[in-house]
Write a new protein. Sequence first.
Length: 143
Amino acid sequence: MRYFYVLVLMFASVLVTAQETNFWHVLAEVGFKKTRMPGGEMEVPIFSAHLKEYQGKKIKLKGYVIPVSETGDESKFMLSSLPFNVCYFCGAAGPETIVEVEANQKVKFTSQAIWMEGILYLNEKDPDHHIYILKSARIIPTS
């Protein structure tokens, strides 16, 4: 019986770890409300209480680099949960599937998914930035 409890605890710890490393499902906890702003109508994000708990905290995301410049070698870019050909900008997904990244160093464009770690900021008001910003971000090396 003791071994049964040990096995249950081992599997439970794996499940908890898996939930912490895949953060895209938490970013999906957002709704949008159309609001009149100077210059027109805008959809304002309504973040869930659970999502707001991560404001200013370190998170990890696995995603695809979406460059915002022609060189594709920048410290500011978008990270998408989906590959480039089905990303938000192509009309195949919603804004909750991408994060604006401000990395500590330049990141080269690659078609392979990468892991990033940084501080999450929720943007409700600045139309010049995305609803999610990952600041002080760095690539997490994979083995």
